[in-house]
Ligand binder design. Structure first.
Ligand SMILES: [Zn+2]
Length: 223
């Protein structure tokens, strides 16, 4: 298990609420006992499977409700609980990085859409212009992962990543680009298997529409 920082998580949560970007959730409920949550979700999922007409005595199906409940709480939706927020080691910016950005691209995004509870599969590119502190590189991946592990809409996911990086690095200038394939578009509804959705969130200098900086960022993101 990766290192977490619940205290930082709580600060980020308060910030997210303040800027109006938090996922709609009832946090008292999120904070309920995990074992109880697994039990309740398993019961409900069992009822869904029964209603679909599946034979729940079959040895291939019998453990599915419990398996799904554990997957929801411990794996694909663990990012609802800020106790699981990644530890974000910050180092002093002694390297003189201040005119240029730190950029990380092709960060794996594995999320689930909150409208259909099916997979969003994509990649993110993030950049920020450091001020006093520099964030360990893998921490950018961890922040992307944390917000991906919730029921999501891609627009909000992109904004949340951007705002969290801004808060943690204390940088004014942040950009996040996400390119995602939505399986609710691929496997149902319109059944378009080739389209992807691109979303961009920017702060500070990256927001200046015709700036060289923004162009440079987008070139990297598309590259
Ligand atoms: Zn969907």
């Amino acid at each position: 298990m990766e290192k977490t920082d619940a205290a930082l998580g709580e600060q980020v949560r308060q910030h997210m609420i303040k800027v109006g970007l938090e996922t709609p959730m009832v946090y008292d409920r999120v904070k309920q006992n995990n074992d109880k949550k697994i039990k309740v979700i398993a019961e409900h999922f069992q009822a869904i499977m029964e209603e679909l007409g599946l034979d729940m005595t079959d040895d291939s199906l019998i453990d599915t409700p419990n398996r799904v409940a554990k997957m929801y709480t411990r794996e694909i939706f663990f990012g609802l609980d800020y106790d699981n927020f990644p530890k974000c080691t910050r180092i002093q910016n002694k390297m003189g990085v201040n005119n240029s950005f730190v950029l990380e691209r092709n960060i794996n995004v594995q999320s689930n859409c909150e409208h259909h509870f099916v997979v969003i599969d994509g990649k993110a590119t993030v950049a920020y212009i450091p001020k006093k502190t520099i964030l360990g590189l893998s921490k950018l991946n961890r922040i992307v992962q944390f917000y991906s592990k919730r029921p999501q809409v891609q627009e909000r996911l992109t904004e949340q990543i951007c705002e969290a990086i801004k808060f943690i690095t204390e940088s004014d200038d942040v950009a996040v680009y996400v390119d995602g394939a939505h399986y609710c578009v691929k496997s149902r509804g319109i059944q378009d298997v080739t389209s992807t959705t691109m979303t961009l969130a920017t702060r500070g200098l990256f927001s200046e529409v015709n700036s060289e900086l923004r162009r440079e960022f987008l070139n990297f993101a598309h590259g």
